[in-house]
Ligand binder design. Structure first.
Ligand code: KG4
Ligand code: ZN
Length: 340
């Protein structure tokens, strides 16, 4: 079994996972979030997140070990997120894992957080589950990343497209803030959007007709801010309609760029990953696209879309990279296709 630890952003998670057939079984997973603090500050304040994480990391690990039953004897290795993420937050997970693996005499495995989002699709779901078919095209959408990645084998990842500026999750978060909604913005926008089924607003879908696999979300964010200013006093109905259109605009761009990537690279499957993968409209539209092309479509269960330690464990099982217990350092800017 592997003990995995995630602390790249505002969440602090620990999980115990093991290989089961061709996939990964989550034995136990625990998460502590500083979301309440983020709501108070209207977003993530790195120092606030890190200070909270120092307090909760050991209790979180203790809780997951108790939940998993069995003792440290059953743990073969400790896996940890090395990046990308916030320096202070990453350091807490990395240093704790170094100390723990050293003290317990276990191997230490380094995990790329973005790859782990994708490898959450290897966590077994229903009976008869089979691993996704490769080559796969992954749409990786989180608060800091929006990437299209071609996965030829678990060791060959190539970034083939993505945003030139803001990430899709960031656009959700900023649009939510402009609408007076709380953080994180994605689920809040979705809650508002669910109240209506159309909108009187029309927002741009940046680069949607552009043949490249490049995306851009900063203009959309600005367009939302401008619309909010134009409207002035925002009624509940107008807020819901604007949120609906924001949701549609972001999802339309993501789905269209994925479609273009499918045409270009003819993968066997489409994998959805990252916090924004929890978006219902995106899940259903991408599912439809995959069905039209006869492709295998995978998305993690909701609990494994936003940051969690089970996906770090899944990545460690599927492609753990052995790390030096004394020298491992956080890699703040690690990309989805980077080697770790
Ligand atoms: O992967 P994640 O938990 O953290 C990062 O690695 O960044 O992603 C967080 C992002 C936030 O921007 C949040 O607003 C977005 O995922 N998100 C959603 C939904 N749930 C979370 N966006 C759209 N719809 C959702 N249901
Ligand atoms: Zn993440």
């Amino acid at each position: 079994m592997i003990l995995s630890i995630e602390s790249s952003c505002d969440e602090t998670g620990a999980a115990v996972v093991r290989k089961n057939g061709e996939g990964v079984e989550v034995v136990a997973s625990v998460k502590a979030s500083s979301e309440k603090l983020q709501i108070k500050y209207g977003g993530i304040v790195p120092e606030v997140a890190a200070r909270e994480q120092i307090k909760v990391i050991l209790p979180v690990i203790e809780r997951v070990m108790n939940k998993a039953g069995g003792g440290k004897e059953e743990i073969e290795s400790v896996a940890v997120t090395v990046g990308p993420g916030l320096m202070g937050s990453l350091l807490i997970g990395v240093e704790t894992s170094k100390a723990l693996s050293w003290g317990w005499g276990k191997k230490l495995l380094a995990v790329n957080h973005m790859k782990a989002h994708v490898l959450a699709n290897w966590i077994k779901q229903e009976n008869g589950w089979k691993p996704p078919t490769l080559p796969a095209l992954a749409l990786v959408v989180s608060g800091g990343h929006t990437d299209l990645v071609l996965i030829k084998s678990l060791d060959e990842w190539e970034k083939v497209g993505g945003t030139r500026d803001d990430a899709a999750g960031e656009c959700f978060d900023k649009a939510a803030r402009a609408l007076g909604l709380s953080y994180p913005g994605g689920p809040e926008i979705e809650k508002q959007a669910d109240k209506v089924s159309e909108s009187r607003f029309k927002l741009p879908r940046p680069l949607i007709h552009d043949d490249s696999l490049e995306m851009s979300f900063s203009g959309l964010k600005t367009a939302v801010v401008r619309k909010v200013e134009e409207v002035g006093k925002m009624s509940d109905k107008l807020r819901a309609e604007l949120a609906w259109e924001v949701n549609e605009a972001i999802v339309d761009v993501l789905v269209e760029k994925t479609r273009r990537a499918v045409v270009k690279f003819t993968p066997e499957s489409i994998l959805l990953a990252g916090g924004v993968a929890a978006n219902k409209r995106l899940r259903s539209k991408l599912g439809k696209l995959a069905a039209e092309w006869g492709l295998d479509f995978r998305m993690p269960d909701f609990e494994y879309c936003t940051d969690n330690a089970a996906m770090i464990g899944a990545a460690a099982v599927m492609r753990g990279v052995k790390a030096d217990q004394l020298r491992l350092r956080p890699q703040v800017n690690l990309g989805t296709a980077d080697q770790v």
